[in-house]
Design a protein around this ligand. Sequence first.
Ligand code: FMN
Length: 213
Amino acid sequence: MENLHDKRKVYEKSQLIESEIKQNPIEQFRDWFLEASNSPVVSEANAMAVSTLEEDGCPRTRMVLLKEYTYEGFIFYTNYTSRKGKAIEKNHKACLSFFWPNLERQIIIKADLERIAENLSDGYFHSRPKGSQLGAVASPQSQAIPNREFLEEKLKALEKEYETGEVPRPSNWGGYIAKPYEIEFWQGRPNRLHDRIIYQLEDLDWKISRLAP
Ligand SMILES: Cc1cc2nc3c(=O)[nH]c(=O)nc-3n(C[C@H](O)[C@H](O)[C@H](O)COP(=O)(O)O)c2cc1C
């Protein structure tokens, strides 16, 4: 169909060297994330790929939005009975990744996942626009549905039901916190000699190593 053999880019925007990095990967993440989210050439800096392990042994990846990060981990919101939700409930692990092409940067995070406290999910759910709240109630995420009208009719009925008053958060919708135990930062460099710095949690300390590109 199409040969892409000559489609490649020269990476030369920045570098990642031991004397300049943070000792804590969350602080390193914050440096890069702030740069990405303040950059006019990066849109949706908080969009990240989340890969989970499926029952057939194959990982499955989809994008979600990072909504908060702390020293403890990375928080996103979803439907707990979705395909990803079921995979997470089963093996409590996921791999998160960010790619900001215009900064020539990638971050890969391996993490243990837990549901956040119900009151925190309530707080975030009710901070969303009412339309998004109703959309979350209307959508049986990841299930097969007969057609688009099915959702639109459900939404219309819910809009009527909750014309006044608060929309209750569905019990199967909420946040996960991904608590990292490995974080790799990748910075594109010339001649394919990219910088890769990996932080690995060992006995509560972060061990830092450089990997060959
Ligand atoms: C940029 C982007 C952001 C998204 N953010 C979310 C999100 O925060 N939460 C979510 O459940 N789905 C989000 N989605 C939709 C998911 O990619 C996915 O379609 C949905 O969660 C169902 O996934 P699953 O069937 O694998 O569980 C987003 C999609 C894109 C492209």
